[in-house]
Each structure stands twice: as structure tokens, then as C-alpha cells.
Design a protein around this ligand. Structure first.
Ligand SMILES: Cc1cc2nc3c(=O)[nH]c(=O)nc-3n(C[C@H](O)[C@H](O)[C@H](O)COP(=O)(O)OP(=O)(O)OC[C@H]3O[C@@H](n4cnc5c(N)ncnc54)[C@H](O)[C@@H]3O)c2cc1C
Length: 422
């Protein structure tokens, strides 16, 4: 079954919808659902951005391994570019600094070229760069560590993450969305296998439909409202920040601000921030927790503080400096932030109706890409609400094509992993 978004509520019916979670996903879902004519309340246990949305590296890319996700990100990029018209604010919250994935001879170059062709076919502005092209266009990259090619996305870059959820909520309020912040959802009353009322502390609100946009807390919230157990595990991630203290040849503040996001062969990455410092991160492998508390996201573990000379942050800088030597020379780390990735087994999100509760939609499990995904997620949720049931594909607005929704289905087999995960 195919559906278009945005579209009027199914059968012209206006629904009372509760969106739980006021991060980027919940905020854009609330806005799009209100715009489609529904009566929407957005609820959060804390203030907007209380979860991963305010703790994000906020990078944006059209470079993905799943064709539907590429199309979805092309749609999301257009949405962020058209932000002033669609949401508001003074400037679009996206910086098109570009995104450079470095490749080495250990990688399958033919498979990478095929992936780039798939991305181009899906509408993304991605190029395959040879070794010489990388050297010529990005002279700050140290080629001697085995860099033999790269892929480059000129539409890619990073987002002003706080603006995304704050401006989306402001726009949603303007069209009548009610907000309930610092109000944790604690349970639900089930009638005829559907959620009839949602409990927020001692209060209850009647609902026709519930959208669970609580990401790292989605499995716990699903259980609280009578939904199915979601296979989402939360893993702690750290971001380190180095402020420019010394000029390194031509790498002055202006040159740093203009740099792209660069991902090294081992997955460490670095990008500039609008204030001219350098954000740096790398995988941090850790056994995940199924149901973390909200407070846990700010707990910087032993060995992860930026000031410890033997900290993980120093290891991140050293790894980045292997292929971008100036990273070690410009200054020193002076901040660290932490937050949860909400991982599924295949690193694609879960977006669809709950198998147990016919009026519960989950939109969660975004690993390290929920911020960039948010407009696409909201479009899918809007399509699901309009269809009134799970759908296997839908057509995106803005000539972005048809997307297959089965990679995001709640009850999928989780056996087709997204290959481009950081
Ligand atoms: C270090 C780090 C780097 C990242 N880098 C990137 C990146 O480069 N690009 C990118 O796109 N993404 C990135 N991500 C991922 C991205 O930040 C998240 O996927 C995204 O912010 C998820 O948004 P959300 O709105 O779905 O969830 P969240 O922002 O986590 O919001 C969930 C909300 O649910 C609320 N909640 C929980 N329980 C309840 C309850 N019982 N009742 C009511 N409310 C509740 C929470 O308070 C929270 O506000 C990164 C994440 C981290 C941690």
C-alpha cells in the first residue's frame, strides 16, 4: 500500500494524538501531525531536548547504504534547507560544510563505487574521489597513512541541534499544539486492546493515538503504556571539543570553520563547530543498557574526562591526528559531552504501529542519526497516521521518490544492517 504525505487524517477524521518525547523527532512529528489537522499534545519528562537531541554531534549526510534512507535524507536535507518557510527562524539550521569519508586499500573500493552509484541514483549529491583528488581538494589530510580514496557529499554537513527541536516546538505551538513538559508519562489505561488514556503523574488524558518518540527510553515507555518490548539498547557516547589556541600554518579559525566533517578509516571523526572549535569523537564500545535512567546520560565515566592525560579523549585526538595532523597541534581538549545512542540490531530505526496496541506508533532507536533523520521520521509517522495501519512504502514530497518502509518495521528480522553507521 502506498501513501502520500502530508495528507488529511484518514477518513477526514481529526484525532487526539499524544506525542511522548520532545526531542527533534517528537517535535517534528507534533508539528507535522498538527499541520495535517490533528489535535496534538507533546509531552516530555523534562524540558525539550532533555534526551539525546541536545547532546548530539548533529552531523548530517545523504551518504547511506540503505536506498530508502538515502531518499529520506535527501528529503530531510531539503526540509532543513526550506526551514524558514516550513518551520520559521532566521536562517536554516543546516551548515553545508560537506562530509568526507576516507577510504583505504583494505576497503572494498568496488563496493564503495557501487554504493556511490546507488546514492546518486537515489538523488544524493555524492562523489567518489580518487587519492589525487582527495589530496588536491583537502590538503590538510595526511595521505601517508594509506588513504587511497574518499567519498564526498557536498550537501552534507551539520545541524544547529538545539534550534531544530526548539523552533519546531515554537512553530507547533503557534498552530495549536499543547505542551506538557516536566511531566513524565507513567502508564496508560487499555480498553479493547487500545490505549484509551495516558497517565502523566496523577493526571490522565484521553487519546486516540500515541506516538512514542522517546528513543533511548522507548522500550521502557512502550512497556509503561502496554506496548510490545522493543529491541533497543542504549550505549554511552562521548564528544570532545578542542578550542583553537594556536594558528597552524593556514589552519586559522576561518579555515577551521569552513572544514568538512571528516571520518577516518577507523571511524573516528572531526568537524568544526560554529564557534570555531573542533568537535572530535570515536566509537566507544560498551555493553548497552536496555532501560537507562534520564540522569545516566550525563554520567561521564572514569577515564573519559577531557582533562585526564590518559583519557579516552586523548586517544580520540591521537587517532584523528594520524590522518589530520593539525588536530593535535591547534590546542587542547577543553570540554566533553555525553549522551545515549539508542541502537537496534541493524542500526535502522523502528518506525511503525505496535503489534499489541493498534493506536501506538513507535519512532525510536536512531543510533547516531536521529537528528538528521527527524524530518524523514516525521514524514513517515504522518503517513502511518493517515493510513491508520502499517504500510510497506510511501511517496515522499518534494520529488524525493518512493521509500520502502520495511527496513524500519517494528517486527522485522533485523538481518539487513545499515552499513554506514558511525
Ligand atoms: C554523542 C552523540 C552523537 C550523536 N551524533 C549524531 C549525529 O552526528 N547526527 C545525528 O543525526 N544524530 C546523532 N546522534 C543521535 C541523535 O542525537 C539522536 O538519535 C536524536 O537526538 C534522537 O532524537 P529523539 O527526539 O528521537 O530522542 P531524544 O532527543 O532522546 O528525546 C527523547 C525524549 O523522551 C523523553 N522521555 C523519556 N522518557 C519519558 C517519559 N516516561 N515520559 C515523557 N518523556 C520521556 C526524554 O526526556 C527525551 O527528551 C548522536 C547522539 C549522541 C548521544
Amino acid at each position: 500500500m502506498t501513501s502520500r504525505v502530508p495528507s488529511p487524517p484518514s477518513g477526514g477524521k481529526t484525532l487526539s494524538i499524544a506525542v511522548i518525547g520532545a526531542g527533534a523527532t517528537g517535535a517534528l512529528c507534533a508539528l507535522e501531525l498538527a499541520r495535517a489537522g490533528h489535535t496534538v499534545t507533546i509531552i516530555d519528562a523534562g524540558a525539550p531536548g532533555n534526551g539525546s537531541s541536545s547532546r548530539s554531534a548533529a552531523c548530517f549526510r545523504e551518504q547511506w547504504g540503505t536506498p530508502s534512507t538515502v531518499r529520506g535524507m535527501v528529503y530531510a536535507r531539503k526540509y532543513y534547507d526550506r526551514w524558514l518557510e516550513l518551520v520559521g527562524g532566521d536562517t536554516p539550521p543546516i551548515h553545508h560544510n560537506g562530509y568526507l569519508f576516507l577510504g583505504t586499500r583494505q576497503m572494498d573500493e568496488i563496493a564503495v563505487r557501487e554504493r556511490v552509484a546507488m546514492q546518486q541514483e537515489a538523488g544524493a549529491a555524492i562523489e567518489f574521489l580518487t587519492r589525487d583528488e582527495v589530496h588536491e581538494r583537502f590538503p590538510f589530510i595526511q595521505m601517508g597513512v594509506g588513504v587511497t580514496f574518499a567519498t564526498w557529499g557536498s550537501n552534507d554537513g551539520f545541524l544547529d541541534h538545539d534550534r531544530v527541536y526548539l523552533e519546531a516546538i515554537a512553530a507547533a505551538k503557534q498552530i495549536g499544539v499543547t505542551t506538557r513538559f516536566n511531566a513524565p508519562v507513567t502508564g496508560a489505561t487499555i480498553e479493547n486492546d487500545r490505549i484509551a488514556t495516558l497517565h502523566i503523574g496523577d493526571e490522565s488524558i484521553e487519546v486516540d493515538l500515541v506516538v512514542n518518540a522517546t528513543n533511548a527510553w522507548a522500550s521502557k515507555v512502550s512497556e509503561l503504556v502496554g506496548g510490545t518490548e522493543l529491541p533497543i539498547v542504549s550505549r554511552m557516547r562521548y564528544l570532545y571539543f578542542a578550542t583553537l589556541r594556536r594558528k597552524v600554518q593556514w589552519m586559522n579559525e576561518e579555515a577551521i570553520r569552513a572544514m568538512p566533517m571528516v571520518i577516518g578509516p577507523n571511524g573516528a571523526y572531526s568537524r568544526p563547530t560554529p564557534d570555531g572549535s573542533l568537535l572530535q569523537a570515536w566509537l566507544h564500545h560498551e555493553i548497552g543498557t536496555a532501560a537507562p535512567s534520564l540522569a545516566e546520560q550525563d554520567e561521564i565515566g572514569q577515564g573519559f574526562r577531557f582533562s585526564d592525560p590518559a583519557s579516552y579523549g586523548q586517544a580520540v585526538t591521537r587517532e584523528i591526528a594520524r590522518w589530520m595532523p593539525f588536530a593535535e597541534e591547534i590546542g587542547r581538549l577543553d570540554a566533553v559531552a555525553s549522551g545515549f545512542y539508542a541502537d537496534t540490531l541493524d542500526h535502522n530505526p523502528i518506525i511503525g504501529y505496535d503489534p499489541l496496541r493498534g493506536n501506538l506508533i513507535h519512532v525510536a532507536g536512531f543510533s547516531g542519526h536521529g537528528l538528521m533523520h527527524a524530518p524523514f521520521s516525521a514524514a513517515i509517522v504522518s503517513g502511518l497516521v493517515s493510513a491508520g495501519e502499517n504500510i510497506s512504502q510511501m511517496e515522499l514530497p518534494d520529488n524525493c521518490g518512493t521509500v520502502d518502509l520495511t527496513p524500519y518495521a517494528v517486527n522485522r528480522a533485523f538481518k539487513a544492517p545499515e552499513g554506514m553507521v558511525i
